[in-house]
Structure formats: C-alpha cells, structure tokens
Design a protein around this ligand. Structure first.
Ligand code: GLA
Ligand code: CA
Length: 768
C-alpha cells in the first residue's frame, strides 16, 4: 500500500481500498460523499463552476458515467476532445481536491439515448446487447481500452484522483448472466483499471443474481427508502463490507406528457443523515442533473416514455447550476460531517441570467421543399439501415386508385408520425399512445403518401435498448377484402446535424400552417448570460443556437422552456433555427430568466380508466385471496396450481394503516416454472384511480422495472376509497402459478395493501 502524502491540497500517489466495515483512503477510514454529475449535460465552460458547487455542498467525490455513444459517434471513430474530454474533467475535479468514481458502462442507463450504447450497433443483424455476443463484446473492449487510455493514469495509485470504477450498471434489472458481468470486469481490468477497487451497483432485491466475489457490492435506492431494509441482505452476506448507496435518488427525471417530478428535501436530508450516522458512503444521484442537450435524452421502457430535455432532476443544484433551497438544506447537514478542522468553502455565485425580449423568426424553409436526395428501397426499413442515427425520416410512395375508404396500418412508427396525402396532413400517430392506424379517404391513381417519422430518444432501460427508429417493420393497406403490404419507397433522411439544418432555402414569406418547417431568426445581445427559451408558441421539434443543438421541445410539456447556456451566446448577433414539426401558433420566442418545467398541457399516454368506466366483478370468482404482510420488501405468493391467464386483476380490499389508498411499486407474475413471466407486452387495462395531478403515480409504474416508482391511488380530498382495482392484459396467454408484489419502498407510509383477492381470466373483464 502506498503511503499518503498530502501536500498543500495537491494529491500525490495514494491508495483506496475496501477495508473492514469502511473504505480506506491512504489507509485511513473514509466515507464517500459523492455528487453525481454528467459532463455532457454541463457545458465545458461551466464544469469548474459545478465542481466547486458540489465541493461547497460538502461532497468529497464526483461520480460520473462515461457515455459510450458520446465518444464513438461512428464505429471506430473515437472523440475525447473539448466537451468530451473526460480526463480534463477529472483533473479539474482533482484541482479542487475532489476524488472521482468512474462508471464506464458499457451500458449506463442514465435516461441517456440507448443507455449510452451507440445506435450503430443496431445495424448488425442479430446483435445481442449486454450479453456475450462476439461483436458487442469486441466493440465494448475496444471502447473500454480507449477509456483506459484517457483515465487509467488518473487512478489514485498513479497520483490521480480516481478511487473506484464500476462494472456494468444495475445488471440485475436486466438479466442474470454472471459470465457476461465477469467478462466486462475483465475488459475493465484489461483497460488498465487495476489499482483501485472495482464495484457493481444493483438493487437490494437483485444484487445477488450477478454478484462477483472479487467486486465491491453497492446498492441503489431513492429518498424515503427504508435504509436498514435496503442493506439487510448485503450485511448478512458480507458482514464486514463497507456499505455504500451508489445512487441515492435526490429527485427523478421528467417524461413528456407527465407531471414534473419532485422529491422533498426533508426526506433527502433525513436519508443522508441516517447513512452518515452509520458511516455509510453514498453518491447523490443527481447532485446536479443538467441538460440532455440535442438528441441525447433517452426514453423509458416497457411503456415507451421519452424523457424531457431538462435533466433538472429536482436536484440540489438546478439545471442551470443555480443553487436551490434543497442545496442549502443538504449543505446544512453535510457541514456537520467534515474532517476535523475543515470548513466548507463559500458557495459559488450562480451564473447571471438575462432576459431576451420577444422576437420573431422571420425566415422559413418548408421541410418538404428542402429534402436531400432520396434513397430507393423496396421494403420499409428503420433509419439505422439508411445509416441514420437521429432525427426524422420520411417514407414516400404512390398509392393505387380506390373508390372506397381504406385503412393504413403502420407497424411500428417510432416514435411520432405524421401522415400526408398529396402533401396535406391527414393524421398524427403517437407511439406513447400505441397509435398505428389511419383511415384513408377514396384515392385517385398515384396519390402520394408521405409518412414522416420523428425519432425521440432510444429507450435506455431493460430490453427496451433494442429500439430501432423510423418504421420498424412494414406499412399495409387494408380494404374490405384484403391487406396488402406497400412497397417501393423513397426514403429521405432528415438528420439533426447543424450542417444539414443551416443550408436550407430560407424565405421571408411562406405559408407553413400544418406543415413541418425550419424557422430562422436572429437576436442581438449587449451582454451574455444564461437564459431559457420560451417554447410555449411552438408545437414539437428541435432548436439550434449559433450552431449548437440545444434540444427537443414538445408543447404537451411539462417542460416549456429550453435552457440556453450563456457561454454559447455572444455579444452582437446570434442565430436561432427551430425545426417545428407541426407549426407554431406564432413564430416567436423570448429568453426568460427562469425555466418552466412544470406546465403540463396534454398527457403523453392515455389514463387507465375512461370516463364512467367501472370494473364489474359480480359474475367473477377469485382464484385466490389472502393478506399481504406489513412492511417493505418483496412478497412472493404461490397459488399451488396452474391457472390459464391472459387478464390479471388484483382487488385490494383494505390497507395496513387503515388509510384509503393503495400503492404497488412492482408486480411480477410467475409462470409454470415459478420464474417471472415477461412483462414486455403488458398493458394496464384498468386502474380505478391514479394520482396524476400531484405526482406521477400512473398504474404502469407497477411494471416499469423501477422499484422506487409506484402506482398510487388518487389522494386529493375527494379521493376514492377501498376496494381498489388494477387489471393487466399480459399480451399473451400464459399459465400462472403465483405472483410477487413489491410495496412502496418507504417505511410507515400510506397505501400498504393488506387484504386482497386475485381474479384471473383468459377473456377480458367487464368494464362498463
Ligand atoms: C438507475 C440507473 C441510473 C438512472 C437512475 C434513474 O439507478 O442506474 O442510470 O437511470 O436509475 O434516474
Ligand atoms: Ca415501479
């Protein structure tokens, strides 16, 4: 072991290891207080500001992911320069006396496009992601070696500040495959990460599935969780291991078309205190979320649910680096846990904000008048096969004459499609709502069909990481007699690169109503500063300012402004281009001093109970009835028989606390072999009540694979009372032998179901 030599704040060669019930930094007990930050979500010019803000908060470490797709935009083309210079980021942290934990993937999740995996992997037919597929493993190894070249020399034993490196990410939430996780561990080691502990992070419910003996194990959970419960199993298995919550969720991320997420400062501070008092290390995910600029935001799975551009996360340091009240509450706690004699540095000033008065974008270029050259393709294919990663794609073909109405069936449009007939829009289809069919009017010979598909983020979770964009399979036309697949397409790629955007034929006057178009304008500045572009006049699309891709917007909200870092603005004239997919109410914007992140103007998906709908169980007989135990953690129920199932209904009759509410964090059904059945095609058919006004307690939370999110019945003053019901369509016929239920993770909270009945059928339940 190296001896520690700390000279005037500058760190020389040292050591970091997992000791007896504690981590050891240079041989001394050390509690990691890590701030999760993501370098691509912060303009490089502001990295230092954010690092200083975490230090002044009372943290001693920065925890970061390495985003593979950010560094290898094309196969074999690596980029670690400028905004992507991870080594520079780590050195900057070191300059401020901060240690670094690196989580290099290959998969990272993080609500990032495809969980950090490069889209071009999807060009390979038969690709297997996050498994021992030779091509996947080979590309992973090559990438990890590049990461090693950047960072291995910055490990603490070489005089740097990197103290731990993570292997894969929450693999237990994806599968059980120890050989794969072991292979990734070896790749990480071969890349040069040998001087410090390697660790794997998972949930307490599944960390054993892939746990490797020679790695440190850490647990992820959110604020409010029952902390004793979270570490119980790990302590049983490794009574002498140091404990760490490797992701303590300070808030949560936002989805388009769902309420803005918040988590209380009070429960955050209480959780941190509880851990600090027991010397439990933690990383606060996120301490500063920042922004998923450009096309980098991901989407959730199984119900496709794209995430907003803002990754504010309700974190202590706001999206633009602003210091929030939550920050001060956390700081007031952390200042009591400093090494002897240390005091916290001053909180850095927030970056000044500016107001930009409203201005019009006066030049327009219709998207259809500005297409690049077409590619011909007999069959429909997703955009990856036309070598396109992001943006929109237009599929064009000619239709046969028809006197009658027909139906167009698109399988599947990822993610937001507009259908035009002879240049006029006839339908909009949203993947969030599962829409895929369009009624066609009678057609004259050769009518031109255009299907314009806008890709949102690729899913970053579970099996959703296989998320081809554009139209993934086929387009058919159906009339009374037959269904025919449409062939012979002209394909137009509409990428997001500024180089593609700027060369459009902009005109002063053009009628853009109901047509996708680019809008260009300029604005003058006497002084620069951070601002938030007001997108409330605009429908859906993307914004570029001075050549930087700012991000996606969508009128449904909840996010209505886009964060514009002042460091990308300049004194004098600035250029803004907006691609609006439907057409704005008024082609105007302004720069606001404060963001609008919580103005929901439309739901992305449908609610799970239609007006007046009531579940009728009068004619039904329960297949099982019992009572759940009180307390947190998974409960497993076996029926003692096999039941043919397609539709599953849980009727909750009473609660443990005597309150009126029902909550379920996760629900799994067990098949003939006692193993969990796939939830990939599940749909919630009915939930008697959901809390959607105050928070996102949507019923699909019971199978969103996230243990910290839950279905919760409405808790307004006029809330419904027991019984509560949830009905699921499994999407396939299955034999079911039992189920597993996870209550919400917080101790002593309402909504803990006690008595219940289970109904299972092969035909739909009656709803009237
Ligand atoms: C998990 C992942 C993170 C992030 C959070 C939710 O814990 O490991 O990357 O996706 O969930 O924000
Ligand atoms: Ca959940």
């Amino acid at each position: 072991m190296f001896l520690s030599i700390l000279l005037g704040g500058c760190i020389t060669k040292g050591s970091f290891e997992a000791g007896d019930n504690t981590f050891l930094l240079n041989g001394e007990p050390f509690v990691i207080k890590a701030a999760e930050l993501h370098y691509p979500r912060i303009p490089k010019e502001y990295w230092e500001h954010r690092i200083q803000a975490t230090k002044a908060l009372g943290m001693n470490t920065i925890c970061l992911y390495v985003f593979w797709n950010y560094h290898e935009p094309e196969e074999g083309l690596y980029d670690f320069s400028g905004q992507k210079d991870i080594a520079a980021f780590c050195r900057l942290a070191q300059k401020h006396g901060m240690y670094v934990i690196v989580r290099p993937g290959p998969y990272v999740c993080a609500e990032w496009e495809m969980g950090g995996l490069p889209w071009w992997l999807l060009k390979k037919h038969g690709i297997g992601l996050r498994e021992q597929n030779p091509y996947f493993m080979e590309r992973t190894r090559l990438f990890m070696n590049e990461v090693g070249k950047q960072l291995a020399s910055l490990q603490i034993n070489h005089g740097g500040n990197i103290i731990m490196v993570q292997v894969e990410n929450e693999y237990g939430a994806f599968g059980t495959d120890k050989p794969y996780v072991a292979a990734i561990r070896d790749i990480v080691k071969d890349a040069g990460f040998t001087g410090i502990p390697l660790f794997q992070c998972d949930w307490n419910s599944n960390f054993e599935n892939n746990a490797l003996e020679d790695l440190v194990w850490t647990i992820n959970f959110g604020t409010g969780a029952n902390i004793d419960d979270q570490f119980r199993r790990l302590k049983e298995l490794r009574p002498n291991a140091p404990l760490m919550c490797s992701e303590f969720w300070s808030g949560w991320f936002d989805h388009w078309g769902a309420n803005h997420e918040t988590r209380s400062a009070e429960s955050l501070v209480a959780g941190l205190k509880e851990m600090l008092d027991q010397n439990i290390s933690f990383s606060l995910y996120m301490t500063h979320g920042g922004t998923s600029f450009g096309h980098w935001g991901g989407a959730n799975f199984p119900n496709f649910s794209p995430t907003c551009t803002s990754y504010d996360y309700d974190a202590p340091i706001g999206e633009s680096g602003n210091i929030t009240p939550k920050y001060h509450e956390v700081r007031n706690l952390l200042k009591n846990y400093l090494p002897e004699g240390q005091i916290l540095p001053e909180v850095p000033d927030s970056i000044p904000t500016i107001h930009i008065p409203a201005f019009a974008l006066t030049e327009t270029a219709l998207l259809f008048d500005n297409l690049s050259e077409a590619k011909q393709s007999e069959n429909i294919q997703s955009m990856e096969f036309f070598d396109q990663g992001w943006g929109s794609i237009l599929y064009r073909t000619a239709l046969d004459v028809s006197d009658e109405e027909q139906t167009l069936i698109i399988t599947e449009a990822h993610d937001w499609a507009q259908v035009f007939l002879d240049g006029e829009k006839i339908a909009t289809l949203s993947r969030l709502k599962g829409e895929g069919t369009v009624k066609l009017p009678p057609l004259k010979e050769g009518a031109q069909l255009d299907i314009l598909v806008e890709a949102m983020g690729r899913m970053n979770f579970g099996k959703g990481i296989y998320d081809w964009k554009g139209i993934t399979e086929k387009v058919e036309i159906q009339n009374g007699k037959e269904t025919k697949e449409l062939k012979n397409w002209q394909i137009y790629s509409i990428p997001v690169d500024y180089a593609f955007v700027k060369n459009k034929q902009f005109k002063k006057e053009a009628n853009t109503t109901n047509h996708p178009a680019y809008y260009k304008g300029t604005f003058m500045l006497d002084e620069v500063g951070d601002t938030f572009f007001d997108m409330t006049n605009w429908s859906k699309g993307m914004v570029w300012v001075n050549g930087c891709t700012i991000g996606r917007y969508w009128e449904i909200g909840p996010q209505q402004t886009l964060y514009m870092p002042g460091c990308w603005l300049k004194k004098g004239e600035n250029e803004i281009i907006i691609l609006d997919m439907a057409s704005p109410s008024k082609p105007e914007t302004q720069g606001l001093r404060k963001p609008i992140l919580d103005m929901l103007r439309g739901h992305g998906a449908y609610a799970h109970r239609k007006l007046g709908e009531i579940l009728n169980l009068r004619e039904e007989t329960p297949v099982f009835q019992s009572a759940f135990k009180s307390g947190n953690g998974w409960q497993h129920v076996e029926f003692g028989k096999e039941i043919e199932a397609r539709f599953f209904c849980l009727e909750a009759l009473t609660s443990h606390g005597g309150d009126d509410y029902a909550a379920i964090a996760e629900l799994e059904l067990l098949g003939e072999d006692g193993k969990k059945v796939s939830r990939q095609h599940w749909k919630v058919i009915y939930a008697d009540s959901e809390e959607l006004d105050d928070a996102n307690h949507v019923a699909t939370n019971i199978f969103d694979l996230q243990e910290s999110t839950f279905w919760y019945t409405n808790y307004s003053s006029s809330h419904p009372t027991y019984p509560h019901h949830i009905v699921i369509d499994l999407g396939e016929d299955r034999k079911i032998t039992g189920f597993s239920y996870l209550p919400r993770a917080e101790a002593n909270k309402p909504g803990m179901i006690k008595d219940y009945k289970i109904f299972i059928k092969t035909t739909p339940f009656i709803l009237k």
